[in-house]
Each structure stands twice: as structure tokens, then as C-alpha cells.
Design a binder for this molecule. Structure first.
Ligand code: FEO
Ligand code: CA
Ligand code: CA
Length: 649
């Protein structure tokens, strides 16, 4: 989701702060941590391991392995990649999903057409090999989330404001159909990828028509009951799917993020009013949907809000499967849901709540993953414990359990049952004392080490008296990345642990400018003039355990297009980011994902041309088609090395 200064501000929910209750003061502990950090600054700069430098995890390589020549800084109409690599546009908004599906008609799309076409504003992506269970890197299912729509770039002759007033019912339905998820079979032949349009796997899941099931502690809760679904278990659609994740049992998890943008009406009245406030649901819908559909009107169907903000599990290998909203993972502005199997077979799911001053969460399953019996894993995400993160000044961090009846999560505080705790996970985490973060986006374990990367994109609203040990810059204009280090049990990371250690991995910004207070791993200062980052958002790990970071908002914070960077995660180059790819202007880059062999990197180019004054009729770029009658189109690109080698080295 883009930063608020763009054209339409459709998703500028992230311009808000809903957490008024827990803005921190500087505690003695925090002060101690900051003082220690300052003392260590000189040591770290001199190459001595300090808060940034401990290569505590299993090293995955003996020296620098990223050998690509860095790409430069750009702000122009097209993308750029490191020399020796090629970029292929694989699938674009409006492209047919099936043989015989209608061709894209720019500006005239109907909902029926869009339901058979690739959605817009692609974000999360997963490559799920075919056949199922294989390690194929040449054939698979590309699973792609479609986060939101931008009316000024979707419809001719409108601005965001005029469209909100004048949108037709058909346009609203088309927008719902452009949301959701797409599953499309792709295959590689030589160095080129193509969508397989006659595949039986191909499927669109949308915001307006796909029937889903709720499961877990909030399923069937009275607060999920509506006139259309008294049972509180049958939900239509998924919205604002941002990043996501995959499970060890071959399903994908998509994350409902900025749900507050879809509901209109008077938000200060009614039994849900306090909860709405905590979730930033203020009746300020960015869509006209509430005019035609009661469920998007707070006053007509107040409980509909409680049916969004969840993690949705999809089995991409079964085109008839019903997506499931897994309520045990809590309700908030989920950025992602990434998984790791722990030492004992239980599974951890990590997620960030992407708003200023919100929290990092993990869910730990009650039961163990059974690789030999896929069916046994189907309900794993319905039973377990959700935790919120508290980062301490001494380099430890604690996972605080959101369990009804424990600590303050009782009837006295308005939690009647575990369903209430999940529906109001934010308030539960407030009461437990979780650490307010600088917009946590991706939270993802490195499969090579088990260390968990927490990506905080930025928080220009954090005041200097609101800093805490894990968010030490107020304001934080460039974002930062934290590394959580779980303890090791039986030689494996214990992802279930309630106490872990943490360190900074990257503090974004230009280290040449002392005002930025930027830092890059243990060899701070070695980052190049084109390699320093701002606004990190999504991460992926290649088969060699190196991290790839895509950004959202560099244009505003640093003056150049959003980019993809790579860095080692151990050794002397740990955390030293290098620029690999740059987006066309107005875009952010989402969903980085590798084929298992590390030879293809898929990138989701989201909202190209999303800039002030840029419209369907006069966009700032017409990427990727560059045809006068074609608007800019969000699209997935496949990046490969011209010589067929590994990406990055
Ligand atoms: Fe949809 Fe947090 O970006
Ligand atoms: Ca994001
Ligand atoms: Ca973002």
C-alpha cells in the first residue's frame, strides 16, 4: 500500500494513528538501551560487533556472495535492473485468467469481465510448485493478492473525490472484483515465463463474490453475525490483501490490511463504536460501495466490520476449495502471515499490524505439523496462542499471550471470551503492554537461520519523546529492520519461545548524512551511495539465505523510485544493502518471491503512476504497455539472469 502523499490517497489509512492509549514515554529501560547504543556507536563503526553486529545465527556463507553490479537511482517512466539481468512482464491487471476470458477494455471493464481477469494492484506473491509437493522451478502456481483499487487510474475522467460521489453500482462491483487474489499456472520455457490460460487451477478470488468460511475462536461469534449471515461463519469476500505467506502444508495465507477504508456511515454511535475507533474505522470510506451495499454501511450492518481484518487461508491446488478466515490469528491490519516450523514441529505464524504505533504478533499452533499427512494440518491454524511483541532495552524481547482470562484479558475489561480477544486483538495487546512500532510490515523468518526480520517501514509521526528501544528515531523517516533471534533447542530455532533476543539489522537512510542516524549491519558505512534504503516494506529470502527487500515510499522520503535491495544476513557484509531493481515512477514494489532454484525473482509492481495529478487520461507513466490508449497497469514481472544463473550471484 502506498504512502499518503500519492494521487488518490485511497489507501492512506497509514496516515493515521489509531493507538492513542499506549504512546510510550521514555522509561528508564529505554533510556538505558539508548545510552548503551550511543556508547556502542563508535565500536560498531569501527567494525566491532555491537547492537548491530552480532552474527549470532548459523552463518550461511563464508564470504560476500552477492556479486551483481548495483543498479542506480531513478525516477522515470520505466523500471531498471542490475546489468546482466532481464525483466519480463508476465501478467498485468486486466489480462485474461482463462482461455476465452474477455480481453481488457480499459475504462469500460464490467464486474463480470474483471472476475475473469487478473486483478489490480498486485501485492503478495507465492510460487507454489507443480506438481504439488515437488520442487519445480519451471512450473507452478503464481498466487497473487490484489490489494485495492485507485479510481483515478481505473476510470476515465474522474478524480478520487468525484468518483466517490458519482461511482455507479457497476463500477463498485468491478472494483470489488479487482480486489482479492489470483491463482494462475505459469511455466518457464528457456528464459521466458508464460501464463497457462487453459489450466484448471486458474482462479480468481474477489472482494465481492467469493464465499469464505470463518474458523477459530471468533467464528460464529455474535459480533460476526449479520442479516445476510446470522451464523457469523459465512463471509463474502476478502479485501485489502497486502503481503501474505505460505504454509508448510502447501496453502497460502493472505492478509486483510486496511479494512477501515471500505466502510461508510456514522462511526461514533453503536455498540462497536469504541472498537471502530481503535481500528481507525471512522466511516471515511474511500469507496462508494456503502451507497449500494448495506454491508459496507456501518449503521446498517455494523458487524460486517468484524468479518474483515483476518488472515485467510487458501488451498491453491484445489480450485473448488473454500477460503477460510482463520480468526485464531487475531484481527488487525494484517500486513502478512509468514510461517516457520519450530524445533518440536509446532508452527509459528508471524504478522505485523501496519499502522503507526501498532504491534508485531506471532501465533503458535497447539498441534504439530505432520508432513506425512497433509489432511492432519488442515485445522492447525484454528488452535494455538496468539502473542504480541514487547521489545526490551537489554536486547531481549517477550511474546505476550493474548489468552482470554489471563492477566487483564477478562470480562472486567470487556472480553467475554476468546472470540472477543481475537476481534479486538489490538486492545488486548494494549493492555498487555506490547511495544508500539514504526508501522510493522513484513515479519518473516529466514529459512536458513530461523531469525525473524521485522520490517518497520517508517513513522514520521513518532515524536522524540515517544521513542522506545526498538523504535529509537522520532521521527523515523527512513524505516528500519529488526532481527529477532529465537533460542536454539536441539540444534533448531525454537519459534515457540516466549523470550528471544533482538538486534537492529538496518536503520534506513544515508549514513553519509549524520542526521539520518542510518546504520547498516556490522560494517556500517560500507553501504554505497546507491545502496542505502528508505521505507522497507516486503522481504524475501533466496535459497542462499540472503535477504531481498522491496520498498514503498522512497519517492517521498528520498526522492527516487521504490527499489529492490539485497543484503547478506551474516558475515562482514551483513545488512549492507545493494540496489538491484528500480520501479517505474509512482509505483511500489511488492511480493518479492523466488523459484526454489533461485533463478527467477518475481516482483509485483503495484500502482505505477500513482502520483499527485496523475490520472487514467493523463498518467505520469503508461508502464508497462506504453500505448497511448492503455493506462498504467500494475503487473508481475519475472527477473532472470541473461545467462540463466542464480539471481544475485
Ligand atoms: Fe499494504 Fe502495509 O502495505
Ligand atoms: Ca506492504
Ligand atoms: Ca507499505
Amino acid at each position: 500500500m502506498q504512502d499518503p502523499s500519492h494521487t488518490e490517497r485511497t489507501e492512506d489509512s497509514d496516515d493515521t494513528v489509531s493507538n492513542e492509549s499506549t504512546l510510550p514515554a521514555i522509561t528508564d529501560l529505554m533510556q538505558a538501551r539508548l545510552t548503551r547504543r550511543d556508547a556502542l556507536k563508535g565500536m560498531a563503526a569501527a567494525g566491532v560487533y555491537g547492537l548491530f553486529g552480532c552474527a549470532t545465527s548459523a552463518p550461511q556463507s563464508s564470504g560476500p556472495s552477492l556479486t551483481f553490479t548495483e543498479s542506480g537511482r531513478f525516477f522515470d517512466e520505466t523500471h531498471h535492473v542490475a546489468p546482466g539481468y532481464q525483466v519480463q512482464t508476465l501478467i498485468r491487471w486486466g489480462d485474461p485468467m482463462h482461455a476465452g476470458a474477455p480481453a481488457f477494455r480499459p475504462g469500460q471493464q464490467t464486474a463480470a469481465e474483471q472476475e475473469q481477469q487478473f486483478g489490480t494492484n498486485n501485492d503478495f506473491m507465492a510460487f507454489m510448485p507443480l506438481p504439488r509437493g515437488s520442487n519445480s522451478s519451471t512450473r507452478g502456481l503464481l498466487c497473487v493478492s490484489h490489494e485495492y483499487t485507485l479510481s483515478a487510474l481505473m476510470w476515465p475522467g474522474v478524480t478520487a473525490a468525484s468518483h466517490l460521489k458519482n461511482a455507479t453500482r457497476e463500477q463498485c462491483e468491478t472494483e470489488m472484483a479487482a480486489h482479492g487474489h489470483a491463482i494462475v499456472e505459469i511455466e518457464r520455457s528457456g528464459n521466458a515465463w508464460r501464463a497457462v490460460l487453459d489450466s484448471a487451477y486458474n482462479r480468481r478470488i474477489t472482494g465481492g463474490s467469493t464465499v469464505m468460511r470463518a474458523a477459530g475462536p471468533a467464528a460464529g461469534h455474535p459480533r460476526l453475525s449479520t442479516r445476510a449471515d446470522v451464523s457469523g461463519t459465512r463471509i463474502i469476500g476478502t479485501l485489502n490483501n497486502c503481503a501474505g505467506g505460505t504454509t508448510p502444508w502447501g496453502t497460502v495465507l493472505i492478509a486483510e490490511e486496511n479494512i477501515q477504508n471500505y466502510f461508510t456511515g456514522e462511526a461514533s454511535k453503536g455498540r462497536e463504536a469504541a472498537a471502530w475507533k481503535r481500528y481507525g474505522i471512522a466511516g471515511q470510506s474511500r469507496y462508494a460501495w456503502g451507497r449500494y451495499f448495506d454491508r459496507f454501511n456501518l449503521n446498517r450492518e455494523p458487524n460486517e466490520t468484524n468479518r474483515f481484518g483476518w488472515i485467510v487461508e487458501i488451498d491453491p491446488y484445489d480450485p473448488k476449495s473454500v477460503p477460510v478466515k482463520r480468526t485464531a490469528l487475531g484481527r488487525f491490519r494484517h500486513e502478512c502471515a509468514t510461517t516457520a516450523v519450530s524445533h518440536d514441529g509446532r508452527v509459528a505464524v508471524y504478522s505485523g499490524d501496519d499502522e503507526r504505533m501498532e504491534y508485531v504478533y506471532k501465533f503458535v499452533t497447539r498441534d504439530r505439523f505432520d508432513a506425512a499427512n497433509p489432511q492432519a494440518n488442515r485445522e492447525l491454524l484454528d488452535h494455538g496462542t496468539l502473542y504480541a511483541a514487547r521489545f526490551e532495552a537489554d536486547g531481549t524481547m517477550h511474546w505476550l499471550p493474548l489468552v482470554h482470562g489471563e492477566g487483564p484479558l477478562t470480562k472486567a475489561n470487556g472480553f467475554e471470551n476468546q472470540g472477543d480477544v481475537m476481534i479486538e486483538a489490538r486492545r488486548a495487546a494494549d493492555l498487555l503492554g506490547a511495544t508500539p512500532m514504526d508501522r510493522p510490515e513484513d515479519v518473516e523468518p529466514n529459512p536458513a537461520t530461523g531469525n525473524v526480520y521485522v520490517v518497520c517501514t517508517f513513522n514520521e509521526r513518532r515524536q522524540s519523546d515517544q521513542v522506545n528501544p526498538a523504535n529509537p528515531r522520532g521521527p523515523n523517516r527512513f524505516g528500519h529492520i529488526i532481527e529477532i533471534i529465537p533460542p536454539v533447542v536441539d540444534g533448531k530455532p525454537d519459534q515457540t519461545a516466549v523470550t528471544c533476543r533482538w538486534e537492529f539489522f538496518v536503520m534506513g537512510g544515508d549514513p553519509r548524512n549524520p542526521e539520518h542516524r542510518a546504520r547498516y549491519g556490522s560494517s556500517n558505512g560500507a553501504v554505497s551511495a546507491t545502496g542505502w534504503i528508505a521505507a522497507p516494506d516486503n522481504v524475501a529470502f533466496d535459497p542462499k539465505g540472503r535477504v531481498w527487500i522491496s520498498t514503498d515510499g522512497q519517492e517521498d522520503s528520498a526522492g527516487f523510485s521504490d527499489s529492490v535491495y539485497a543484503a547478506e544476513t551474516s558475515g562482514p557484509q551483513r545488512g549492507v544493502t545493494r540496489c538491484f531493481f528500480s520501479s517505474p515512477r509512482g509505483a511500489e514494489i511488492c511480493g518479492p518471491t523466488f523459484t526454489p532454484d533461485g533463478k527467477t525473482l518475481f516482483l509485483a509492481i503495484q500502482h505505477p503512476a500513482d502520483e499527485k495529478g496523475s490520472t487514467f487520461d493523463k498518467p505520469s507513466t503508461r508502464w508497462p504497455d506504453f500505448k497511448p490508449d492503455m493506462p498504467p497497469r500494475p503487473a508481475v514481472v519475472a527477473v532472470t539472469r541473461a545467462d540463466g544463473g542464480d539471481i544475485g550471484s
